[in-house]
Design a protein around this ligand. Sequence first.
Ligand SMILES: NC(=O)C1=CN([C@@H]2O[C@H](COP(=O)(O)OP(=O)(O)OC[C@H]3O[C@@H](n4cnc5c(N)ncnc54)[C@H](OP(=O)(O)O)[C@@H]3O)[C@@H](O)[C@H]2O)C=CC1
Ligand SMILES: Cc1cn([C@H]2C[C@H](O)[C@@H](COP(=O)(O)OP(=O)(O)O[C@H]3O[C@@H](C)C(=O)[C@@H](O)[C@H]3O)O2)c(=O)[nH]c1=O
Ligand SMILES: [Mg+2]
Length: 301
Amino acid sequence: MRILITGVTGQVGHALCRYDWPEDAEIVAASRHDLDLAETESIASYISAGRFDAVINPAAYTAVDRAETDLVAAWRVNALAPAAMAAATWKVGIPLICVSTDYVFDGTKAGAYNEDAPISPSGVYGASKAAGELAVRTGNPRHVILRTSWVFSAHGANFVKTMLRLAEERPRLRVVDDQRGCPTSARDIAAVLAKITLRLIADPQAPTGTYHFSNAEPTTWCDFAKEIFRQTEPFGYPVPDVEAIATTEYPTPARRPANSVLETTKIERDFAVVPRPWREALAEVLSDLAHGVTEESEVTR
Ligand SMILES: NC(=O)C1=CN([C@@H]2O[C@H](COP(=O)(O)OP(=O)(O)OC[C@H]3O[C@@H](n4cnc5c(N)ncnc54)[C@H](OP(=O)(O)O)[C@@H]3O)[C@@H](O)[C@H]2O)C=CC1
Ligand SMILES: Cc1cn([C@H]2C[C@H](O)[C@@H](COP(=O)(O)OP(=O)(O)O[C@H]3O[C@@H](C)C(=O)[C@@H](O)[C@H]3O)O2)c(=O)[nH]c1=O
Ligand SMILES: [Mg+2]
């Protein structure tokens, strides 16, 4: 079976390429040079010519603040590209597995969001991802949309690596303590995406639709930062003071949800997925970083 993976230079795409796929899985890893997702018109022919058995699309325009002033580019990659993929995959009768975000929610809900909670994105990034979801839902009934949150990994750009970099530069960091969510390892997301994809390829009756997946145990960005430094201290890395601040004290172009905790019971039930605590996944990533398993690592398949 042939599986197309997009966004292979990103956190989740990279982890998918490194996943331990079964022997009979042939992974086609498409970078922006192979398939530029901003070129909407090129997507259909690439997919129809590829003889794929499934398409996994973790590629996205993920610069949340930049999206506010780069609306068309964000919508091309996050909305139009998934729309083109949905049409093309449905035409050749294969499943489409896409990744979406907690930022489709406005964050005003008190508890965790389940898959049926109404979406109400407050920024361009979230809105464009919500549009991509809708396109996939209406374009290919054989889809899974996996919403996740606060992705981190040794590879690529993310909050963990930002904190480690800032700690080298400053003795004191100020981090928002009034936005709640669940950090999630790109490797864990990749394992879930692989499991879902293999099941959809093998079984025409496999469950489809929208699913939430994150690592377990909600936290705030501030407590996430503190845990990063608690875990890196033994490596001899610099440990800055982390000051808890309010979102109002850290102005950004895009508004972020105050609460974006995702409820994961549906995926646990339908795909027998067991989310592990993010602190455990963080330890793995920090160990990878300490041992130099970073973006320079070669993807071997
Ligand atoms: N990062 C996060 O915290 C979260 C991410 N998500 C979602 O998870 C998915 C994976 O995110 P993550 O791995 O972190 O993303 P990254 O930002 O790490 O990677 C994005 C990938 O998309 C590719 N891409 C962007 N524009 C294009 C284009 N025009 N043509 C082809 N490829 C393109 C990038 O390629 P290049 O390197 O060439 O730019 C890169 O490979 C996304 O759908 C995202 O919306 C959901 C919740 C949280
Ligand atoms: C660097 C920094 C950030 N912050 C705040 C800003 C923001 O509210 C929060 C996290 O910062 P980031 O820029 O990493 O966050 P952001 O880019 O918004 O992360 C999001 O990315 C997209 C792609 C998603 O889909 C989301 O799930 C989420 O992971 O921390 C501080 O308070 N202090 C700091 O020094
Ligand atoms: Mg960011």
